[in-house]
Design a protein around this ligand. Structure first.
Ligand SMILES: [Ca+2]
Length: 582
């Protein structure tokens, strides 16, 4: 778009003692994804109209030059991708999600400048299966990583592999966690820096692209350093993909020293739902004192267990504060990555993804950990910022004038506006998507954003149209959840369920084809988002349950389940898991 295409540009004198500088434009330029409508510099509280005009001329010239520069490129370069994948990050543990105590300004800013997918879910709430679904776009029953001990199949397609084939330089740093004992490079990546198993919050031994060494320091910053070093070493002839696998905020929770006491003054209680177990399946009550229950050891925050006394909540509070503390470092890491991209002029052509692999129960229904199909376990954060993402929005100028900042609401300084500096930038108005987005949607979406061919097979759908237009009437209205009983963690049965926009039906197959031995669960999510009242035994819901069972069967067929193979449910056990795999 050239300056000549501006339909109107004019200075308006606002009423009263203040003046407003305004440029109006009704056209949209799809190449830059910006609606140039009603650009407003804000209220300038000065009497110097000559200076106003000077500002107008310089501001519009600078902005027009920026637009012309965008238009001159025959084809926009393919975007880089920076993908931060957190481990066990609850969807509500971000400032943008309205958390009452956690401040995450860097992550919030990504959301403010991009798209915030407020209803994103994992299809299996367990680290390795979910990570494999993010990479491959497939359900666990199809990619085969059904537990935390299975490698991602080397021959399986993934979005990094297709990006590498499509001319991207690809890198992975941090927690991979598919294959406990393997820290070698995986297919699809030109550079790989990971470690065996879970890694540690301090001083983890990494295999940095073939060289094993202990990298001293706090994990979150160590992997950020690795990522930044790699980004800085690009010659930029090729676009790149940098995936950062954070360990945080996975258990056991150790914040870095500066955040160790960040939440000491916050009172933490068990959530109300921990005590509202009437009408719930018996296995949920059996779980209370186990490794995954609120009266159990709480990832070693409680030394004497089980303890159901009211005062034992102090251990739960300490655990929760530590969990939150690790998230503050993740936000710092995002800030450093963004600063690096900006300093190298890469930010605006980089798709920045911030995501979690699965949710986490923090006391809800008396549970800690994940694996179940309850909301805190399946909800994950997803924020995407970058070219091709987000509907065109109103854009404003932010500009420093003298010692005061002009602002759109007129709250800037009243001092004389010298010297002049004008910088075009996007205004921060979060674009929130409410449709149900899944882990399996990531791979098809990123490939579309990068202009690459799709996966041969996927259970996911690209959300690019959703992200660009704000809605997609043909978007899914229901989806399948699956989890398989683990002998190593015998605290959750087999789970099969369906979630629609408003309802959730969960059942717990025994694993040998015989009738269920656990009560199923039915929740009216629109009226009971905290899943307090299980309606599965309500005779009035018989018809609805039949409908949801039919939908579950349809989704299983759609995702290629002919015979639903799963382990035998050996019941909830009070034994602790093996020390090596905790
Ligand atoms: Ca995880």
């Amino acid at each position: 778009m050239s300056f000549a295409r501006f339909k109107r540009a004019k200075c308006l004198r606002a009423a009263g003692s203040a003046s407003a500088l305004k440029i109006e434009e009704q056209e949209t330029d799809p190449t830059i994804g910006v609606v140039m409508k009603d650009l407003e510099f804000g209220i300038l509280p000065t009497r110097n109209i000559a200076m106003l005009r000077l500002i107008a001329i310089v501001a519009t010239a600078v902005f027009a030059a920026a637009l012309a520069s965008s238009a001159q490129a025959a084809e926009p370069p393919r975007p880089n991708v920076v993908f931060v994948l957190c481990d066990d990050l609850r969807a509500d543990c971000l400032g943008i999600a309205g958390h009452p105590h956690l401040k995450t300004p860097h992550i919030d800013r990504l959301a403010a400048e991009g798209v915030y997918f407020r209803n994103t879910f994992c299809t299996t709430s367990l680290c390795s299966p979910s990570r494999a679904s993010i990479l491959s776009g497939l359900y666990a029953h199809a990619h085969g990583v059904k537990d935390n001990f299975t490698e991602f199949p080397t021959a399986m397609e993934s979005f990094p592999l297709l990006m590498q084939r499509g001319g991207y330089e690809t890198a992975y740093v941090g927690k991979w966690h598919m294959g406990e004992e393997n820290d070698e490079r995986r297919p699809g990546f030109d550079y790989f820096a990971t470690h065996k198993g879970q890694g540690k919050y301090f001083d983890t031994e990494f295999n940095v692209d073939g060289t094993r060494k202990v990298l001293p320091g706090y994990y979150t910053h160590v992997v950020t350093d690795l990522a930044i070093d790699w980004i800085k070493s690009r010659d930029l002839k090729k676009p790149f993909l940098m995936m950062v696998g954070q360990k945080a905020p996975h258990s056991f929770y150790f914040p870095e020293p500066k955040y160790e006491h960040a939440f000491d003054n916050v009172e933490v209680k068990y959530p109300d739902t921990a005590f509202a177990l009437e009408g719930k399946p018996t296995w949920i009550k059996e779980r209370l004192s186990t490794w995954h229950g609120i009266y159990g050891p709480l990832f070693e925050w409680r030394k004497k267990f089980p303890d159901s006394s009211p005062e034992a909540v102090k251990d739960f509070a300490a655990m929760t504060r530590a969990y939150w503390g690790t998230i503050l470092s993740v936000d710092d890491s995002v800030g450093r990555l963004v600063a690096t991209l900006k300093a190298r002029g890469l930010y605006d052509n980089t798709v920045f993804v911030f995501m979690g692999d699965n949710g986490l129960l923090n006391g809800e229904h008396g549970m800690v950990d994940k694996r179940t199909m309850h909301e805190p376990s399946i909800r994950i954060p997803l924020i995407v910022r970058g070219p091709g993402v987000g509907i065109p929005r109103r854009v404003a100028m932010a500009e420093k004038v003298g010692e005061g900042t002009l602002s759109r609401d007129g709250s800037g300084s009243t001092r004389a506006p010298v010297p002049l500096k004008v910088v075009p930038r996007a205004v921060s108005t979060p674009q929130t998507i409410d449709r149900q987005v899944l882990t399996v949607d990531m791979a098809p979406s990123l490939l579309e954003l990068c202009g690459l061919p799709p996966l041969k097979a996927t259970h996911g759908r690209s959300w690019v149209k959703l992200a660009r237009e704000g809605n997609d009437p043909a978007w899914r209205k229901s989806w399948l959840y699956e989890y398989n009983y683990e002998k190593q963690f015998p605290y959750t049965p087999n789970v099969r369920g369906v979630r629609t926009d408003d309802w959730k039906y969960i059942h717990y197959p025994h694993g040998d084809g015989t009738p269920d031995r656990h009560l199923s669960e039915l929740y009216d999510l629109a009226n009971d988002p905290e899943e307090r009242k299980n309606l599965a035994a309500d005779p009035a819901q018989k018809g609805r349950i039949a409908e949801l069972q039919a939908e579950l069967a349809r989704l299983m067929r759609e995702t290629g389940i002919e015979k639903d193979a799963m382990p035998l449910d050996e019941g909830v056990k009070q034994t602790l898991p093996d020390q090596k795999i905790r």
